[in-house]
Ligand binder design. Structure first.
Ligand code: GLN
Length: 241
């Protein structure tokens, strides 16, 4: 039986708005396809950081304070994470996790150094950008729905965004872009949990991980997503005319 290993980075510090639901969603959608899902956590208590047999890294969001602690610790593993991403390793990063993949996060009175996995940077703005958000993305006809709450504005340069904003603020309030997709890294401000409401996005991520683990793999078997699709469409119809 194929096995996919999911590493949840710092669930003890970065787990806002039920980011952990994304892990449960990935696990369930793998298991319902007969693929074993092994979920492991790396917390503040842990040592021995190792990505060699990891298929998906998940990192959630948190307050600036918690994000700073995590950044400080992860900088030690910057090269390992960079190599993993460059070699097609799947990373799903949400909000604070998204920001810390960039070069830096500039706050009013300090700058937090990021991992530099993505050529992006974030600056704190005056008001927080809070509310429901709806995107359209290239890889699916299904709209991507979620909730955003961030003080940072992220500038993604030449990177490809995850989607175009149909409703909400997105990366920087102005560009109409949301998130970043780079190789198999998916970074976004959408909290949620994001993946249960967006089965097409979840399967897009899982497919990348399974294909990397088994290059002969073609596609995931379809699942009955009637309820998930109804929840997704409800939000789309509520906010996008
Ligand atoms: N601390 C970051 C910000 O406010 C991220 C917050 C979050 O993860 N929700 O921009």
């Amino acid at each position: 039986m194929m096995k996919i290993k999911i590493l949840h980075l710092y669930p003890d510090l970065l787990n806002l708005y039920g980011d952990k639901g994304n892990i449960e969603c990935m696990r369930s959608r793998l298991e319902r396809r007969g693929i074993e899902a092994q979920v492991v956590s790396y917390t503040c208590e842990d040592t021995g950081f190792d990505l060699s047999d990891v298929d998906i890294v998940f990192i959630g969001g948190g307050s600036d304070r918690e994000q700073k602690i995590v950044c400080g610790r992860l900088l030690e593993h910057k090269n390992a994470i960079k190599d993993y991403a460059e070699n097609g390793g799947v990373i799903v990063a949400v909000c604070g996790g998204y920001q810390l993949l960039g070069k830096y996060y500039r706050l009013e009175d300090e700058t937090i150094e990021g991992l530099g996995i993505l050529d992006i940077y974030t600056e704190q703005g005056k008001k927080r950008l809070i509310g429901n958000i709806v995107l359209e993305a290239d890889f699916t006809d299904e709209k991507i729905v979620g909730f955003e709450n961030h003080g940072g504005r992220t500038y993604i340069g030449d990177h490809k965004p995850l989607g175009r904003v149909l409703y909400g603020f997105g990366n920087d309030e102005k560009s109409g872009a949301e998130g970043v997709v780079y190789k198999n890294v998916v970074a976004t401000y959408l909290h949620g949990p994001l993946l249960p409401k967006n089965p097409a996005l979840c399967d897009h991520i899982l497919t990348a991980a399974v294909k990397r683990a088994d290059p002969d793999f073609t596609e995931l078997a379809p699942l009955d997503d009637e309820l998930e699709k109804k929840a997704n469409e409800y939000i789309v119809n509520r906010f996008v005319k």
